[in-house]
Design a protein around this ligand. Structure first.
Ligand SMILES: Cc1ncc(COP(=O)(O)O)c(C=O)c1O
Length: 338
């Protein structure tokens, strides 16, 4: 069987999570997120974020989290500014657009939005013939595996506030970003800087699930109605609450992200030592090396990975992703075979 380096959800869940699910299996609980575990997880997360006023809601996946937050935050004629590489821009089958909101896509070579690029969008939306750009979407880590550090987030946050824009962060890979050696942003900074965000569990060792955090009071109103209307209010919400309790009670979330990053680092060093270059600087658990066709064909014999972007007739950027469960031996084997 080929070894999967395509994404960080090829394995099931960390054993501690499975044990917790088994241990609590026969305990009766209230439905729809009113259970003990969701309450406990929300409390642990709020303590970690150092913000008791934040609201925490659990949903099953990232597209769902983005759709629910964005569609409930915007008036019908308001739009979202995102990088053209942003997950909502290209990998969510038009979910945001289907809710009636335009995405103002901005081209940024490294997938990271800047104040200048946001300003350009604002400047061409001048009157009632245009949509009103109202929310800035970023993901951290980005879809190109790099991160926004604290200063970059602070600058964007300040800019958004000065222009009356909401600032939202897709944290599908927040664990990997926070644990990156290049990162100085802390969990306790997030509520200061963002209006809403989510903490990704699916790609960091949970069976499934994301924790949406709403900071801005205006966005909290009837949020559970928005979740329900979009089909996200799970009768067995306990399944996600329990996993987040387990993840954050003793720091498992951070340990798992650190493992994924360590494996990616090992892989990046090995690939660089063989003389290959990277399309974006390796900073998290997603790497984008540039390989020639013959090397790709060779490595495809034993490994699964994405061909990300064709650069010319011979060179292609591929995407290699390590996970909370990646086996170090397989990383060393990959480097050897390369
Ligand atoms: C940055 C980002 N956001 C959102 C998602 C969507 O998650 P899901 O596939 O759970 O809907 C992904 C999935 O790869 C992602 O990478």
């Amino acid at each position: 069987m080929k070894y999967n380096l395509m994404y960080d959800y090829a394995e099931g869940a960390h054993p501690d999570i499975l044990h917790a699910l088994e241990r609590t299996n026969f305990v009766q609980q209230l439905g729809y997120g009113d259970d003990f575990y969701c309450g406990e997880a929300a409390q642990i997360i709020k303590s970690l974020l150092e913000n008791e006023d934040a609201e925490v809601h659990f949903v099953s996946g990232g597209t769902h989290a983005n759709l629910i937050v964005l569609s409930s935050s915007l008036r019908p004629y308001e739009s979202v500014i995102a990088a053209s590489t942003g997950h909502i821009s290209i990998h969510e089958a038009g979910a945001i657009e289907s809710s009636g909101h335009k995405i103002n896509e901005v081209f940024v070579p490294d997938g990271k939005l800047t104040r200048e690029k946001i300003q350009e969008v604002i400047e061409v939306h001048t009157d009632e013939h245009c949509v009103i750009p109202k929310l800035v979407y970023i993901s951290n880590a980005t879809e190109l595996g790099n991160i926004y550090n604290k200063n970059e987030i602070e600058l964007l946050s300040e800019f958004c506030r000065s222009r009356g824009l909401l600032f939202y962060m897709d944290g599908a890979r927040l664990g990997s970003s926070i644990m990156s050696a290049y990162q100085d942003l802390k969990m306790s900074d997030l509520c200061e800087l963002l209006d809403a965000f989510y903490i990704g569990g699916t790609k960091n060792g949970a069976l499934l699930g994301e924790a949406i955090v709403i900071v801005n009071n205006d966005l909290k109103r009837n949020f559970r109605h928005s979740i329900k209307q979009r089909g996200g209010l799970l009768a067995k919400g306990r399944v996600i609450g329990l996993q987040f309790s387990e993840m954050f009670r003793k720091g498992l979330f951070f340990e798992l992200a650190a493992h994924a990053n360590k494996m990616a680092d090992l892989l990046a060093v090995g690939i660089a030592q063989k003389g290959y270059r990277f399309y974006t600087v390796p900073q998290t658990n997603m790497l984008f090396p540039v390989f020639r066709e013959k090397e790709i064909l060779k490595m495809e014999e034993n490994y699964l990975f994405y061909r990300w972007k064709k650069l010319d007739a011979d060179e292609t950027v591929i995407r290699l992703v390590t996970s909370w469960a990646t086996d170090e031996k397989m990383i060393l084997k990959f480097i050897n075979e390369l």
